[in-house]
Design a protein around this ligand. Structure first.
Ligand SMILES: NC(=O)c1ccc[n+]([C@@H]2O[C@H](COP(=O)([O-])OP(=O)(O)OC[C@H]3O[C@@H](n4cnc5c(N)ncnc54)[C@H](O)[C@@H]3O)[C@@H](O)[C@H]2O)c1
Length: 382
């Protein structure tokens, strides 16, 4: 199959990501089906698409005719088999639970046309394991969009152990047709690129609070003073402390016990304080975005430590052949979030030797192996 052969895209799940991905596919001119487990969830997903298209119309990014055509191009379903029966490409965006994903893949494998590619929007999980639930693992691939899918440019295209080169190419080309910036992930490794490189930051944030080095607001104030639009703890609240907690558990299980979530984070989850979505987390969100008191900035906190652990983690992906080049990693990190520069671009300005020294100190100070500098970072020949 070539990308030109794709006419209809089926999206499994109409939640935050599913409705966004369906809208991206509509904007690219495809016929779309969107499936969720209950009518009210599909209805909600569809009304979120309508609201978003309305905003694009107001901003004159689309015309009234475009909007009408797109809404005529989408069909919603609760029945899983019906939703994929004539799909050329299926994108799954159901909750991040392996057993659930496998069930969905088994069902879509049984009902989708033989030529169809089946993609998962999983954030962290093994594409190879998901593919094992199907009889067509060579046509199963990771297609990882970022939130909100309509705005964020990065799409990670992930090769499972059995994914064919043809499947990788069609998926890459489809991301381009959707006006995205695809990055090839050559090996199915935990967290892929963007989430993996950001993961060690959570370890550091945990220890800073646990060891009483600083309060979240003191770090956030400092980071805002140096130009970050949002401090790292505020960002955790914004994304959801439950998301941070579940990712930490998954990374701890699959990569290193260093990722084990903090007790303070677990206490927040148990208390139902999940951040922005519940009105309270690390901060109080009940009156909107928290006001960070910049006068509380911890002035002796050096933001370079955050860059150091990112660059170090990124070198592990190069060493493991997960991504082909440092430039590809920079491309992913710039397009997956709001950063103006990629980690390797920043590293060149700071110096690899300095970053390696910082990682070494952090590893010893907190007894965290994940922070230990890699050979690549120490040599600096990137
Ligand atoms: N939210 C993010 O920032 C983000 C970013 C990138 C990737 N992801 C990944 O995307 C996936 C979906 O996340 P989300 O944030 O959209 O979750 P969500 O909870 O907002 O939406 C998931 C939807 O899937 C539905 N669902 C459950 N079982 C289903 C089934 N068997 N068939 C069809 N639909 C089913 C749920 O009813 C819900 O509407 C996860 O794998 C997540 O890790 C999330």
């Amino acid at each position: 199959m070539k990308v030109e052969d794709i006419k209809k895209i089926a999206v499994m799940g109409a939640g935050d990501m599913g409705h966004g991905i369906a809208e991206v596919a509509l904007l690219a001119g495809y016929k779309v089906t969107m499936r969720d487990i209950e009518q009210r969830f599909v209805d909600r997903g569809l009304s979120r698409i309508k609201e978003s298209l309305e905003k694009l119309l107001e901003k004159q990014k689309i015309t009234e005719d475009n909007k009408k055509a797109m809404l005529a191009n989408i069909e919603t379903f609760v029945d899983i088999a019906e939703s994929v029966t004539d799909a050329d490409f299926v994108i799954e965006a159901v909750p991040e639970v392996m057993d659930l994903k496998k069930q969905v893949f088994q069902a879509i494998d049984a009902a989708a046309p033989r030529h169809a590619i089946l993609a998962s929007n999983t954030s962290n999980m093994s594409v190879t394991e998901i593919a094992s639930a199907t009889k067509r693992p060579e046509q199963v691939v990771g297609m990882h969009f970022f939130n909100p899918a309509v705005l964020m440019k990065l799409v990670e295209v992930i090769k499972g152990e059995k994914t064919s080169e043809a499947t990788m190419q069609v998926t890459y080309d489809l991301a381009l047709k959707m006006n995205k910036v695809p990055v090839r992930v050559e090996k199915d490794s935990i967290g892929f690129v963007y989430n993996r490189i950001n993961a060690p930051t959570a370890i550091l944030l945990r220890h800073i609070v646990e060891k009483g080095i600083a309060a979240p607001e003191e770090i956030d104030a400092k980071m805002k003073k140096v130009g970050m639009p949002m401090g790292p703890y505020e960002l955790m609240d914004y994304v959801g402390l439950d998301v941070a907690y579940h990712s930490a558990c998954y990374f701890a299980d699959k990569l290193s016990r260093d990722y084990e979530p903090a007790n303070w984070l677990k206490a927040k989850i148990d208390a139902g304080e999940l951040g922005k979505k519940t009105g309270k987390g690390i901060y109080d969100w009940s009156k909107g975005r928290p006001e960070i008191d910049l006068s509380r900035a911890k002035e002796d906190f050096d933001p370079t430590v955050l860059i150091a652990i990112q660059v170090n983690e990124a070198t592990k992906l190069l060493e493991g052949g997960v991504v082909e080049s440092a430039d590809e990693i920079d491309k992913a990190m710039i397009n997956g979030g709001g950063a103006g520069f990629g980690p390797f671009q920043l590293a060149k300005g700071i110096g690899y030797d300095k970053l390696a020294k910082i990682c070494d100190e952090l590893a010893q100070k907190f007894s965290v192996k994940v922070f230990e500098p890699t050979e690549t970072l120490k040599k600096g020949n990137i």
